[in-house]
Design a protein around this ligand. Structure first.
Ligand code: BGC
Length: 346
């Protein structure tokens, strides 16, 4: 593990970058937001390709609002009307997406400086989020460990709280398997191991509460399809999201590491397979990237120039009785793992 100073925040705090090198792949992790700043994997010719969006400076990270590469918490995705109740006690959260709460609020885990320590093959990041921060009950301690092994990047998420709270941690990497800054990802093939998804009510993207089958809809991605083939289909859900921006229910047993998603860029041949223990996955096609400041090496990041595969509890679970519960009780450990496996298609 190599740890160097990456830069300083507006208020003068040092941000470190930790570089992991497995021999076949390399990645950089920032203590700012726990962000995956670069991830280089070989393409089908063996050329190293950086497949994630990011910035060359701390200023770049602080001047954008797209959550690029960051760890999201305390609750990834949306909580409708910025509130929820546990046993009749109501908690109000910060509204940062119209009337709703998105990705942990105003000063979520993506904007925190994490402590970093070396572990075999990787780095463990730690953060303490005090009781009532952003409105969430309980002092929460979060641990996120990145391990790079061969062409696999594993992320292990753990959290404990001293009171009942809600928790859903994810990584918000934006991928472009053609290389960051290479333009649209609409040529990529996507496959999701999901027979069901959680439809949303409208453009606010709050789930209706229904768990719907994908059969016969453009949300059926169980066989590989080109993103461009389905994304413009005449289907209300795609209009609400401005493209794909939905949670799919991963087939199989939550808690068990199982295949969730696979994407391939036919040009570079780079393939990404995501496995997770989490119940759901947000497939988001970067529909709101326009306006993003210039990325690494001056790269332009516009709409649909990257996609995200955010493993998670379903959006708005704290208000949805039929969704798996995201409540974390004292004495329990919130523990989930997501693995990103890279390969090439010849
Ligand atoms: C959400 C998008 C949102 C983006 C933030 C994604 O996880 O699903 O709706 O715009 O994060 O840039």
């Amino acid at each position: 593990m190599q740890k160097t100073i990456f830069g300083y925040t507006h208020d003068g705090r040092a941000v470190h970058r930790i570089v992991l090198n497995s021999g076949t792949a390399r990645c950089g992790i920032l203590t700012y937001g726990g962000a995956l700043q670069f991830l280089e994997v070989p393409d089908r010719n063996g050329d190293m390709t950086d497949v994630v969006l990011g910035f060359d400076t701390v200023e770049g990270y602080q001047s954008q609002d797209k959550y690029i590469g960051a760890i999201i918490g305390r609750y990834a995705n949306r909580i409708g009307d910025s509130g929820f109740s546990i046993h009749g006690t109501k908690f109000s959260l910060f509204s940062n997406s119209g009337p709703d709460h998105l990705h942990g609020g105003k000063n979520g885990f993506d904007k925190k400086i994490w402590r970093a320590e070396e572990v075999p093959g990787g780095v463990r990041l730690t953060l303490e989020s005090p009781h009532m921060e952003e409105g969430y009950p309980g002092n929460l301690k979060a641990d996120v460990t990145y391990i790079l092994y061969g062409n696999e990047l594993a992320i292990k998420f753990e959290a404990v709280s001293d009171r009942e709270t809600v928790c859903s941690l994810t990584n918000h990497a934006y991928f472009n398997l053609g290389g960051q800054g290479s333009g649209t990802i609409e040529n990529h093939l996507i496959r999701l191991n999901a027979s069901r998804y959680t439809p949303v009510k409208d453009e606010r993207c709050i789930p209706t509460g229904e768990i719907a089958r994908v059969d016969g809809t453009p949300m059926d991605l169980r066989r590989p399809v080109h993103i461009s083939q389905n994304i413009e289909k005449d289907f209300d859900q795609l209009k609400y999201g401005g493209g794909f921006d939905h949670n799919w229910v991963i087939d199989g047993q939550p808690g068990e590491l199982r295949p969730a998603a696979e994407a391939v860029d036919p040009d570079t041949g780079i393939l990404l397979a995501v496995d997770t223990t989490l119940p759901g996955i947000q497939f988001y096609t970067g529909n709101h990237l326009d306006g993003c400041p210039p990325g690494k090496g001056g790269a332009v990041y516009g709409n649909r120039h990257a996609f995200c595969l955010e493993t998670q509890f379903y959006p708005d679970s704290p208000n949805q009785p039929d969704f798996p519960s995201a409540v974390l009780s004292p004495g329990e450990v919130w523990s989930h793992t997501t693995v990103m496996k890279f390969g090439v298609e010849k």
